[in-house]
Design a protein around this ligand. Structure first.
Ligand code: CP
Length: 304
């Protein structure tokens, strides 16, 4: 039985296979309409979500399966003190696969140790968000045709942004990829990612606070929201929340084929005036997320 706790649980070959399956689903969705008939997905969201939960649910419905679950811990027996382990043991009796989001780093790992069915990490605290990375990778692949020799700018909250950590892990495995890490000093990439991924694997990267100076070099610009829910101090959040706001004038120095990404939700990081720019890819990411989650469900359920 396979789980997906971290994007590195998948080899680059497996990611290529998931992308191929997702592209085939896009081309011929009818072929997949009954693949998960009589299978059930449980979505256990102990933390709020719009895209991840609903795209998992849409994915399972489009595969002919059904969905059960909860969208907040307050509507589950967690509110009465039930542990994650017991919750998972119980839900394993009802569902064939579980997608879970939890505010505590490592909770999906704990779940995988007691689960009778595959566990998918749908985001754990500030740690990882591997299925967002699958959505990001399909978007990059469809926009750029390959993952190699790209300069990827990551901008905003690189400290708490779990999507950034997973994307760096994933993209570091492709040759010629360089990172430009754009953040305020207080929201720099954590040392455990810088040292264990970038330095250890000899990946080229630079750190800067200046988005405009970095802009002309970038093939990908991945904007992120400052993660209010992870701050200990509201005043620090207010001081840092508008550090970077992408507006059309800031794109004047950008490449003509720049791919602008954001895992969403956005607050202020990208002006809505950028939405009509053909380089804006963040709503394509949303749709790509559903296709990659369909491909992932098929893989973990070992459906041919
Ligand atoms: N990108 C993402 O995880 O969005 P949600 O929090 O809405 O699921």
């Amino acid at each position: 039985m396979r789980h997906l706790l971290d994007i590195l649980d998948l080899t680059t070959e497996e990611i290529g296979q998931l992308i191929n399956t997702a592209c085939d689903i896009i081309d011929d969705p009818d072929k997949y309409a009954e693949k998960c008939r009589r299978r059930k997905l449980a979505t256990l969201f102990f933390e709020p979500s719009t895209r991840t939960r609903l795209s998992f649910e849409a994915a399972m419905y489009e595969l002919g399966g059904s969905v059960l679950g909860f969208s907040s811990s307050s509507s589950s027996s967690t509110s009465k003190g039930e542990s994650v382990s017991d919750t998972i043991k119980v839900v394993s009796c009802y569902a064939d696969i579980i997608a879970m989001r939890h505010p505590k780093e490592g909770a999906p790992m704990v779940a995988s140790m007691v689960s009778g069915v595959p566990i998918i990490n749908a985001g754990d605290g500030g740690h990882n968000h591997p299925t967002q990375t699958l959505a990001d990778l399909l978007t990059i692949y469809r926009e750029k045709g390959s993952f190699e020799n790209l300069t990827v700018g990551l901008c905003g909250d690189l400290k708490f942004g779990r999507t950034v950590h997973s994307l760096i892990n994933a993209m570091s495995r492709y040759s010629g990829v360089k990172f430009v890490l754009i953040s305020p000093e207080e929201l720099k990439l954590p040392d455990y990612v810088t040292n264990n991924v970038l330095v250890k694997n000899n990946i080229e990267f630079e750190e800067t606070t200046d988005l405009l100076e970095a802009m002309p070099k970038l093939d990908i610009l991945y904007m992120t929201r400052v993660q209010r829910e992870r701050f200990f101090n509201e005043q620090d959040y207010i001081r840092l929340k508008d550090s970077y706001i992408l507006t059309p004038d800031k794109l004047e120095g950008a490449k003509k084929d720049l791919c602008i990404m954001h895992p969403l939700p956005r607050v202020n990081e990208i002006s809505v005036a950028v939405d009509n720019d053909p380089r804006a890819c963040y709503f394509k990411q949303v749709l790509n997320g559903k296709y990659m989650r369909m491909a992932l469900i098929l893989k973990l359920l070992e459906v041919e």
